[in-house]
Design a protein around this ligand. Sequence first.
Ligand SMILES: *Cc1c(COP(=O)(O)O)cnc(C)c1O
Length: 393
Amino acid sequence: MSDHSIKRQPVNPSASRPVVSPLQPSVVYATETPDALDALYEGGARGHTYSREGHPNAATVAAMIDRLEGTTGGVMAASGMGAVSLALLACASAGDHVIGSTQLYGRSLRLMTEELPRLGITTGFFDPTDAASIRAAAIAGTTAILVEVVSNPTLRVADMEAIYAVAAQIGAKVIVDNTFTTPRAYRPLDEGADLVLHSVTKLLAGHSDAMLGWVAAKDPEIAARLDVLAATWGMTAAPFDCWMAERGLLSFDLRFERAQSNARALADALDGAQGVSRVIYPSLPSHPDHNRAGTLLGENAGNMVSFEIIGGRAQANALTKAASAIAFAPTLGDINTTLSHAASSSHRALSEEARADIGITEGFFRVSVGIESAEHLIATFKKAITASQTGID
Ligand SMILES: *Cc1c(COP(=O)(O)O)cnc(C)c1O
C-alpha cells in the first residue's frame, strides 16, 4: 500500500551552495539517538534542539554583532527591551538595588520604576552628566548601573569615567545601552563596561523591518545566565527577524558613515537658521557636553540631531505637515530620515514643567538622520521650518 500522508522530504544534496544564509524557521531539530541528544545538551556536539534555546539565524547575527562590539557569546532577544530586561535580570535579584540614568529610554525607565520593584529590586536614578549625582545614587547594595552614553532626545553625553569609577568602588556592574552610539562610535566593553546591549531594531538592522535585541557580558558566568534567562523567560528572537537583521547589518558601516555625515551637515545648516532657537549636536561647540563628546566619541557624533523652533504646538504641527516627505514617526536608526516630537510621544507622560527641566518644549524636535542626499534633506527642513513660522500667530 502506498503512503498517502504528506511528509517533509529531505532535499537532495547540491554541488553548489547559496551565498545568502538560509532562513531556518524550524522550531525543533531531530537527532539520531538519545546519546546524540545528550551530546548536544552537554555541549559535546554543536547543534540546536529547540528554537527558543537557540537557532542558526540567531547564532549568525549574534556573531556579527559580537564582532562589532569586540566580544563573544552575545544573546539575541526578541526586542531591545528584551535585551534591557535580560541585562537587569542577570545583574540583580530580590533585595538588590539598581540605578539608572534619569534620561534612559522611556520603557527602560518604566521597567525600573514599575517592574523591578515588583520583583523586590529597588531602584534609583542619577543625572548622567553629573559625577556628584552618580556618586549620591550609588548606595550600598547597588549591583547594577544602567546608562546610555548619549541620551534621548536631548543628546547629553554621560560622564562615563565617573560611572566606571563609582561602579568599581562599590562592585556594581555597568550596563551600557549602546543603541544610539553604536560600536562605530563607542565600544563599552573596551572602555570599562561589564555588559553591553542594543536595540538591534534601530541602527544595526537599520530598515525598520525587524524587531530585535542583543546583549553580551564580559563575565562568562553572567553571559551564561543571559542565555538561560532568555530561554526561560521566553525572550529569544524569531528566525525571520534575525535573518532580516543579518541583511541590514551587512550595510551598517556604510549607512552609519553616510547618516553621520548627513547629520553633521544638517546640524551645521540649521545652527543659526531663521526660526530655529537651538540646535543640539555633540560636535557643535555650543553643545553642553562638547568636550566630553570629543573625548568619548571622537569624530563620531552620530546620526541624531535635535533642534527647537520658535513657537508652540501650532508651529510644531505646521512643521511636520510641511515636512511631509519625512516620516513623522517615533523611532530612530532607519535608513530614511525620521522626525519625532518628544512632547507628544516619548515624553508625553511628563508634566510640562518636568519636560521644561530637561529642555523639551513644544518646539523641540529630534531627527534620526538617514542616508538620503544631504542637500535634499537640508532644503526640506529649511522649507518646513520657514513654513512653520509664517501664517500662524
Ligand atoms: C528603541 C530603544 C530601546 C528598545 O528597543 P526595542 O527594540 O524597541 O524594544 C532601548 N533603548 C534605546 C536607547 C532605544 O532607542
